[in-house]
Each structure stands twice: as C-alpha cells, then as structure tokens.
Design a protein around this ligand. Structure first.
Ligand SMILES: CC(C)(COP(=O)(O)OP(=O)(O)OC[C@H]1O[C@@H](n2cnc3c(N)ncnc32)[C@H](O)[C@@H]1OP(=O)(O)O)[C@@H](O)C(=O)NCCC(=O)NCCS
Length: 182
C-alpha cells in the first residue's frame, strides 16, 4: 500500500492507493464496475452478465483510492496464443484522469502479468483516443501492429497494439503496493 499525492491535489491528506486483482467473484463490485463503464463510454461495454463472466473467467484489476474504486482493467488470456494476455478495457472515473493513475494501474497490471508468466500483452484502442495511445505507446512501449477497421464501434478504426514482456520492466519500486483486496 502506498500513500499517493496527486500533483493537483484532490485531497490534501493524500490517499491510500491500492491496486488489486479481484481474486474471488465479488457481486458487490458489479454495479460499481458497471457505473464506471457507463461514466467512461458513449455506449455500455458491459452488462451485469458479461461483467460477472469476466470476473469469474477472465481477470479484473481495480485501483482504489482509500475505499473508492477509481479505476478498472479487464483482461483475459488469448486463445490463439496462451502466452499472450489481452487488455480488453481500462478506465478511470472521470475526475481521476490525467494524474498518472491510469499509468500506475497499468504498471501494476503488467507487473502481475509478467510475474504470472505472460510473454506479451495486446489491446485494441480507438485510433482517436490520443491519451490512451500516449499511455500505451509512449509510456509503456506498446508497438503498433495493425489498424482494425469495422470491428468495433460504428466502424471506427482501432489501433492493435502489443507489448513484448521481454522489452518491459517496471519503472518504480512497487514493493509497497498490496496485491490483496483490502
Ligand atoms: C485512458 C486512461 C485509462 C488513462 O489514464 P490517465 O490516468 O488519464 O492517464 P495518465 O495520467 O497516466 O497519462 C496520460 C498521458 O497521456 C498524455 N496525454 C493526455 N492527453 C493527451 C492527448 N490529447 N494527446 C496525447 N497525449 C495526451 C499525458 O501527457 C500523459 O502522458 P505523460 O504522463 O507522459 O505526460 C483514462 O484517461 C481513461 O479512463 N479514459 C477513458 C476511458 C478510456 O479511453 N480507456 C481506454 C480504452 S482502451
């Protein structure tokens, strides 16, 4: 666990910031994650059913500021390459964006994936989502693989990005970050 101070402070006392894998199916998290989804996208990504399925059969990570879930990362393993993990979706609550917390969440997720033996991580991101692309490509070194046309929302193009785990190492000492749900 770490005490984290935002550069533009939302709380002068700081927050206890934790990144945790949702280890067990937790029905109380479903409305929280559903709300986060609705706050983040023009149309819902998830239903209660798909969230429940991802929680049980995929892998979900959450970032909390004190007790509040402020962000989530939904992942699963690729069928075509079991050494590859897929980040299906990552989002922070609107008021918490732009403070480096998405990068903290992603770093925590990648660390856990690497420790779990993942060789590479892939994701698709809307080509006009400059902030997310900046995080994935500039900060973490994801490489452009392809442009996906007509696979997602309204035919909007998406970037297919991939990170080879051999090329990536955590940039900070995360020894204080709890991997257990509080
Ligand atoms: C994408 C998301 C998770 C990133 O988390 P975040 O906490 O906002 O991002 P961070 O503060 O860690 O980093 C943002 C980076 O983007 C850069 N950035 C911000 N706006 C940008 C823009 N319009 N163009 C290019 N870069 C931009 C920032 O400079 C920063 O990089 P730096 O720290 O190297 O300067 C978050 O913004 C979010 O939830 N967005 C809505 C949902 C979404 O789009 N999810 C991605 C779907 S895959």
């Amino acid at each position: 666990m770490e005490r984290y101070h935002l550069t533009r402070s939302l709380n002068s006392e700081g927050f206890e910031l934790t990144i945790a894998e949702v280890a067990d199916h937790d029905p109380s998290l479903i409305p929280v994650l559903s709300e986060l989804d609705l706050l983040s996208y023009a149309e819902p990504t998830f239903s209660r059913y798909t969230l429940g399925g991802l929680m049980r059969f995929g892998r979900i990570y959450v970032i909390r500021a004190d007790e509040l879930v402020i962000g989530v990362c939904h992942t699963f393993r690729s069928f075509s390459d079991p050494d590859e993990m897929v980040i299906f979706n990552m989002a922070l609550r609107p008021g918490w964006r732009g403070h480096g917390l998405g990068s903290r969440l992603l770093e925590g997720v990648l660390e856990r994936m690497k420790a779990g033996g993942a060789k590479r991580v892939s994701l698709a991101v809307a080509s006009n989502n400059r902030r997310a692309i900046a995080v994935y490509q500039s900060r973490f070194g994801f490489r452009h693989q392809d442009i996906l046309q007509n696979e997602f929302n309204n035919g909007q193009p998406y970037h297919l990005l991939r990170l080879e785990m051999a090329d990536w190492a955590p940039t900070r000492d995360t020894a204080h970050t709890s991997s257990q749900p509080e």
